[in-house]
Unconditional design. Sequence first.
Length: 437
Amino acid sequence: MSHFKIGLRHEDKSRWERRTAITPTHIRHLVDEYGIECIVQPSPTRIFTDGEYAEAGATIQSDLSSCQVVFGLKEMPAAIFEKGKTYIFFSHTIKGQAHNMPMLKRLADLECTLLDYEKIEDDNGRRLLFFGRFAGLAGMIDSLWSLGERLKYEGYETPFEKVGQAFHYSCLEDAETHIREAAELIARDGLPMELGPIVIGFTGYGHVSGGAQEIFDILPHKVIQPEDLEAFINSNEWDPRYLYKVVYREEDMNAPKDAHAAFKLQEYYDHPERYKSIFAPHLQWLSVMINAIYWDTPYPKLVTKQELLKLFKASRRTRLKLIGDITCDIDGSVEPTVRATQPDNPTYVYDPFDDTHTDGFEGRGVVILPVDNFPCELPRESSMHFADGLFPYIEEIAKACYTKPLEELGFSNPIKHSTLLHRGKLTPNFEYLNKYL
């Protein structure tokens, strides 16, 4: 039996978490080709069954105490950590997140080593492991379903009713099949004329936005540039057999506060306080906003409660039906995102007149869809994609001698730079976390 042994922990942070860091296919390679023994904790919810892991060569048992390295996805309870062991998961600590500092402190006290997937990056600082595309895919599927439900409440029958929520499908292909059926109906019969052109605005152009557009692009559509949108809406030159897509880049959503200054992307990233949002006027022309941008506190908000109130006061029949907030920053770029939701109760209607929100699709205002963890709704495909990215690094993580100093572990740069703690001490790149601990 190999003396290299890893554990795969079951996920228990949320009942919706069905993903895994390592699939049975990858377990088979680790056992047969790399001589690594794999212990997998049983799980009734994981998308791959215990039987599939056993068939791949893993031992199924709850006790991982014999494993030097334990892999997971989400944060692990502090009570499970063992002295001197190595753990790898999304720790959500690198910003000094207060709610996870006790967990980090416990790992340090036990002289553990912690690797964080979020910091597995290439030499240019680009993340190598991420779920962004799957957040976009699931978020757009749910947005189409939500649009159908909202329009049904308003008295319209539309092909969007063909689309279900992402987590109800056994695989992405099944969801795409239903969306293609909706696409055929739209192309043949068109959408209700009274709705005007259905315009979907996507903020951003990264992995999340790309995944969302991948789903949207199944539908018959035409592309409009942000600067042409107002003229297009006023022209009445639209076809109900198409939807219309607008993609917003940073310069389409923000402008320098100094009226004489030009937009500079790097300056916007470095000094967001010099910029203001110019996105609000576009809300009157959009039917759906898909929010897919990175956002942090110094950056301007795109949708404020005040601007939304102004929009609804200006027209008794507002075009904006839905904000699919895939980014899901509470009180963030979309201020009416007042709380996150779960797949079994994913939407609420925000009423800008009363500054209240009501679960579901009914009532005055705009539907907000801010599911906390969209990739959970496509657990099979997202796990396979993630494990494909992680696999090339598993052997070096599994076979390292963690009693040696970090510099002598023989890690590749991505793994070395993802090591937050080594033997209980913050590594040089992460010593700034001491002030939070």
